[in-house]
Design a protein around this ligand. Structure first.
Ligand code: THU
Length: 131
């Protein structure tokens, strides 16, 4: 998928956001090497800590359907916010383990996007190699 197409899918996913507390709708789309894709949205809870972010829902969806790290090609995260959306620390930690280091991560708002890798988002990560 080209960048604009996957960003559009992420924005479509954000329509399913359940975010009555923050009112901040986020959507994500992860594309597989075989052309399939999985979408996710942030799902909040009155017990705030039980909230799940859009990008984790998307990547967990891929794994739940039998895909693993090697199958993941591209990830887009989108929110209609003033600043380009920036993944939280917990998501960075999860992405480090579950997507390839070289995978492009597209961070988007309605005005534009930037492309990062997980190494840029989470340098000197704690991984299984540190155990
Ligand atoms: N959120 C995401 O889903 N992804 C991000 O990258 C940033 C934050 C969600 C979590 C919460 O539901 C809301 O945005 C406000 O923090």
């Amino acid at each position: 998928m080209n960048h604009q197409a996957i960003i559009e899918k992420a924005f479509m996913a954000s329509k399913n956001s359940y975010s009555p507390y923050s009112k901040f709708k986020v959507g994500a789309c992860v594309e597989m090497n075989d052309g399939k894709y999985f979408m996710g949205a942030n799902i909040e809870n009155a017990a705030y800590g039980a909230t799940m972010c859009a990008e984790r829902n998307a990547v967990y969806g891929a794994y739940c359907n039998g895909y693993t790290k090697k199958d993941i090609k591209l990830l887009a995260i989108a929110a209609d916010s003033a600043a380009i959306v920036s993944p939280c620390g917990a998501c960075r930690q999860v992405l480090k383990e579950l997507i390839p280091d070289e995978c492009q991560i597209i961070l988007a708002n309605r005005q534009g996007y930037k492309i990062m890798t997980i190494k840029e988002l989470l340098p000197m990560a704690f991984t299984e190699e540190n155990l």
